[in-house]
Design a protein around this ligand. Sequence first.
Ligand SMILES: Nc1ncnc2c1ncn2[C@@H]1O[C@H](COP(=O)(O)OP(=O)(O)OP(=O)(O)O)[C@@H](O)[C@H]1O
Ligand SMILES: [Mg+2]
Length: 402
Amino acid sequence: MTGEGKGRSPFNPGQPVPAELFTGRQQEIDRILQRGVGQTALGKPTAFFIQGEYGIGKSSIASFAQTIAERDHGLIGIYTTLGGVKTLDDLAASVLEATLHSGLYDPTWREQTRNWLAKYIGKQDLFGFSVNLEAIKVDAPQLASALQMLGFLREAHDRYARARGGKGVFLVLDEINGIAPMPEFAQFVKSLIDSNALNREPVPLLLMLCGTEERRTQMIECHPPTDRLFDVVDIPPMSEAEMTDFFRKAFESVEMMADDDAMLVMTQAAAGFPKIMHSVGDSVFWRVTGKRVDHPTAIRGVIDASREVGRKFVDAQVYDAIQSKDYQSILKKLANDLGPFREEFTRKDLAAKLNDSEKRKLDNFLQKLKKLNVIKSLDTPGRYQFRIKMVQTYIWLRSFEK
Ligand SMILES: Nc1ncnc2c1ncn2[C@@H]1O[C@H](COP(=O)(O)OP(=O)(O)OP(=O)(O)O)[C@@H](O)[C@H]1O
Ligand SMILES: [Mg+2]
């Protein structure tokens, strides 16, 4: 590694991207700003579901939209992530806690919330304050119904309006995966939206949920009317132009520049997948000596990244589960054939590339990958697709390794 004197890596695999490096997604952001933020700032409640596969950039879009809404449109952002939350009580607790952390760049509002919610603040220390989780837990059940939650959000809005001339509340419930299958959750969300709409003076609330399409479907199954509540924003893979733009911006921020052929290696490896894009960027960053990212450096970085990504996500879930030599070899042939971009494959095409011993194991192999949630069947029999593109990309990256 040649990390000395480089400064800080601008890449953050696994964390929502900081606003300065947020790239692309113009259409999605415009839609949220026009149909959501703009409307809610005029008093109209709106609701969005940000939908897309794992690591595609849902949280980043939500937090970027919140930042703009807060900075330019007078909405106060409350952001909470519900990973691991399984009850409405826990949901209420996490909204309460998130409110204490709202207005990160607005000292006046911070002061206000701390007075308002003083009983939930623990010790004040050098580094700020700690949250009194016990007190939050005790009171959360009182906020665990739609009407009470609405009352709480109204209070937040009123206070923000008085303190800062605020126009409304932008509430993000991120990572709803654990709670989405619960009928009470769908019911809660629906009555939150409906009772607000029926109100003579609705709370100007922009409610945003983030999750996979599967979770949205689950909510609809639990409670069919949830279907029509949301403006659904689908997050597609990033385009090559968006990725190039991102890499350029990120490297520029540390005064580095990538050659065109190096850029191509990086964007192809990232395959539209922002999480991989950051891993690739980070690995390349640590490989660079000097200020120029050239082709060999990019390739080295991509190989490092593939190890990194794979070690974290794919090895444990895929390779450990399919240790047979034939399986591994089928997987490699499949990955080579698909590359990082092609979406679907057929049993027939794959079979044509296999030797006899592999051919005999093909059906078991496909079953196994399905069971591991790596691939899914498509409508036509014999056609498949990788469920998570990142996995396809990694297996593809890994197929270059000796
Ligand atoms: N528009 C963007 N510009 C630059 N980087 C991005 C962008 N969107 C996402 N990223 C980066 O991609 C990675 C995944 O993004 P994010 O965490 O927002 O995705 P997600 O869909 O919320 O993932 P998960 O399914 O894990 O919740 C992060 O490292 C993030 O910094
Ligand atoms: Mg996320």
